[in-house]
Design a protein around this ligand. Structure first.
Ligand SMILES: C[S@@+](CC[C@H](N)C(=O)[O-])C[C@H]1O[C@@H](n2cnc3c(N)ncnc32)[C@H](O)[C@@H]1O
Length: 243
């Protein structure tokens, strides 16, 4: 009996602990969520509610950011900073991902468009909060890798395609919200057109390789547009023919 108990304990240890050589990031992810929550309380964003919604923080606690970054920067996966993902591109700072997700006011019945899939991390954070995420990435290898990664990690309601996100994704429009994760010189009119009445778009606008303004664009039920500048940010530029 005692011997059986020992065996059972060993199996349970085997399945509940990371494999040899594989790091357990649970504590680091929790610490990241605490940092984001604390930071959100100190930054005033003129968008209504202060702080980050608990559902968004839960999504940040859930998504394994270390799976979305290259091996050589994996140890830094839960630091509150952007990291390189290849092709001159970055995965955004976790606080900014949480803030943009929160500003989109995601709901379980929402369909969301993301421009700039990159690693797929922002799409994964949106995934448990909404019905469908459609995400467009202009760099083909990033688009195909993100699609594979999201599929293998079980984010089944995310669809990725390669293309120029400036033009949106008319086949799946209109969208409840649109998140643009690359800096545009202006708000792309096709994206405004593809926003539902009552919808919200979060987009960094400004000159490339400088500080830009994070804008919240709201379309009311009469399709009137209100744009508010929320805070200075720094994103990689939106590329493609129409930027
Ligand atoms: C800051 S990174 C995005 C980070 C990403 N959301 C993530 O979670 O990893 C910006 C991304 O936008 C992509 N991008 C730039 N211009 C684009 C365009 N016109 N259409 C679609 N994607 C674009 C870049 O290739 C890059 O991968």
């Amino acid at each position: 009996m005692a011997r059986k108990l020992v065996l059972f304990t060993s199996f349970s240890l085997l399945f509940n602990t990371p494999l040899a050589g594989e790091r357990d990031f649970t504590a680091a992810r929790e610490s990241m969520a605490i940092t984001i929550s604390a930071l959100a309380k100190t930054i005033t964003v003129p968008s209504g509610t202060p702080g980050i919604d608990d559902s968004v923080l839960a999504a940040m606690r859930h998504v394994p950011r270390h799976e979305f970054v290259p091996e050589d920067v994996r140890a830094a996966a839960y630091e509150n900073r952007p990291l390189p993902i290849g092709y001159g591109q970055t995965i955004s700072q976790p606080y900014i991902v949480a803030l943009m997700t929160d500003l989109a006011k995601p709901r379980k019945d929402h369909v969301v468009l993301e421009i700039g899939t990159g690693s797929g991390y922002q799409a994964a954070v949106l995934s448990p909060l909404v019905r469908n995420v459609f995400s467009i990435e202009i760099v083909e290898p990033l688009a195909s890798r993100a699609a594979e990664r999201l599929k293998s990690l079980g984010f089944a309601n995310v669809t990725v395609r390669q293309g120029d996100g400036y033009h949106g994704w008319p086949e799946h429009a209109p969208f409840d919200s649109i998140i643009v994760t690359a800096a545009a010189s202006h708000i792309p009119p096709p994206l405004v057109n593809q926003l539902k009445p009552g919808g919200r778009m979060v987009i960094p606008v400004g000159a490339p390789f400088m500080s830009q303004n994070l804008l919240l664009v709201e379309k009311d039920e009469q399709a009137r547009i209100r744009t508010r500048s929320l805070l200075p940010v720094r994103f990689v530029p939106l590329t493609g023919g129409s930027r």
